[in-house]
Each structure stands twice: as C-alpha cells, then as structure tokens.
Design a protein around this ligand. Structure first.
Ligand code: 6PG
Length: 255
C-alpha cells in the first residue's frame, strides 16, 4: 500500500551514461561508508541487466587504484533478481557483477549472497529467502530491509524480474518468488514488491532513448492507475531516486 504522504521520487538527469555511472558509484560508496560507520553493516542488492555494469566497474576501478577503499568487511551483497542459469552463464547477473566488481574487491566470501540460478526456480527462491531472513535485519511486517537497492527498468516498465501482468506483482508475504520473463532466460527469481518497498534507499538507473516513452509514463506524478511494475516501487519509509541520461529523460516534462 502506498502511503498518502508518498513524496515524488528524486530524478536527476546526467549528460551521458558515463556521468550516470560516476554518480551512481559515488552514491553507493557514500551510503556504504556512512552506514558501515554507523551500524557496522551495509546491506545492498545489486541490479542485473547491462546498465549497472559500468557502475560496478567504476566502484572496482576506485578500489583497485586505491582512490576509494570501501569497508568491504561490513558490506553484504545480495541481488535483486537472477536468471535461472548457472553462475558462469553469459546471462547470469551474478557473472556480470563478478566480472565488473566482485572479482576485483576484497568482499569476504561470507558477505556474498548469490541467488542460486542453477537450482530449480522455486527451490532457488526458497533458499534465497532463507538466506535473506538469516542475514538481514527485518523491519516492517517481518520483511528484510535493504539499505541500498539498485534497480534497472526495461522498455516494458519491468524492474528486477517483476514483469507486467506477472503474478509475482501480487505477492504480499514472501520476500522472494520465482517469476517468468517474456524474453529468454524465461525462468527468473526475484525480490518482491514488499521487499523493494521496505528499502531505505532505491536507486533506479535508466539509460537510452528507447526507454524515454516508458519513463514519461512511469514518472508521471499521478500513478493511481500504476500499470508498470517500476511505478509500484515506492519505498514506504525510504527514498527512491532515478538517475537518467539525457536520452532516457528526453520525453520528460522540462522542470
Ligand atoms: C535483469 C534485471 C532487469 C534489468 C532491466 C534493464 O535481470 O535483467 O534485473 O530488471 O534491470 O531489464 O536492463 P538493462 O540495464 O540491460 O537495460
């Protein structure tokens, strides 16, 4: 349920993909440093798809160059969703995050919580939910609460692996479910809306003109008839931010 006092999400438009990656990497680093210093643990869910690869590479680049060493011992990495493929598969979100980030930073193995895409979808979803509930502070109706959650949006307005018309969108009690995509890999495992909306901070990253028309609808202020899954990600007590490049923002009303 969306609180009546929901504030509109913050939307920032950057000149290009590189500027979005730099800003998103900075947002990740600042949140990690602040929250590990405050509480000793930072719980983050990484997004899949292609957009975040450059962000992860930026974070890794800063670490390897010694310019920004993050408190990895206190950072716990989860995933917003996964394709039901082995971890070394070209379509694996885990593989993408490993190649661009996780293989290059000193994250303790115990702090990495992978969705086991090699398992049958329902088995993988149950196992991941158990992992979430074992390692994360639960808040608000027993739902895990991420400190920072990265999300992308597809041209159809899907986010994580919550696709338009999916039964997964109606889930209210489980934190993780199996879902199906209209494109291969069809079988997916995804966080559900109650978890996404329990997050302290959600950062959407959207690039490219092919998403401009969808974004114009998703970011409309009146979302009473929300039809796109991304429109239904409205953190109850947290904040949602959108980092766009100019091409993706090209059909938004000028401020
Ligand atoms: C996935 C993602 C998915 C992705 C969007 C945008 O597993 O594919 O979770 O939600 O973020 O499809 O993908 P791009 O970043 O490739 O445009």
């Amino acid at each position: 349920m969306r609180p009546s006092s929901f504030s509109s999400p913050e939307v920032r438009v950057f000149p290009d993909a590189e500027a979005v990656a730099v800003a998103a990497a900075e947002a990740f680093a600042r949140a990690a440093e602040r929250i590990v210093a405050e509480r000793g643990a930072f719980y983050v869910a990484l997004s899949g798809g292609s957009t975040p690869r450059a962000v992860y590479a930026k974070i890794a680049e800063e670490e390897v160059a010694g310019r920004r060493k993050l408190p990895w011992a206190g950072i716990h990495v989860f995933f917003g969703d996964e394709r039901c493929v082995p971890p070394d598969h070209a379509e694996s979100n885990y593989r993408m995050a490993s190649e661009s980030l996780l293989d290059h930073v000193p994250l303790p193995p115990a702090n990495l919580h992978r969705i086991r895409g090699e398992l049958p979808p329902a088995t993988a979803a149950t196992a991941y939910e158990a992992d979430l509930r074992r390692y994360m502070p639960l808040q608000q109706a027993g739902m895990p609460r991420f400190d920072f959650l990265l999300l992308g949006v597809g041209p159809d307005g899907h986010t994580a692996s919550l696709f338009p018309g999916s039964a997964a969108l109606a889930e209210t009690t489980r934190a993780v479910v199996a879902s199906e995509a209209p494109m291969p890999p069809v079988q997916r495992v995804t966080l559900t809306l109650p978890v996404l909306n329990n997050s302290a901070s959600v950062l959407f990253l959207v690039l490219g003109g092919e998403k401009a028309a969808m974004l114009r609808q998703v970011l409309r202020t009146d979302t009473s008839g929300a039809v796109f899954p991304a429109q239904r990600v409205r953190p109850v007590t947290g904040c949602a931010r959108w980092y766009l490049d100019e091409a993706a923002a090209s059909q938004l009303a000028k401020p």
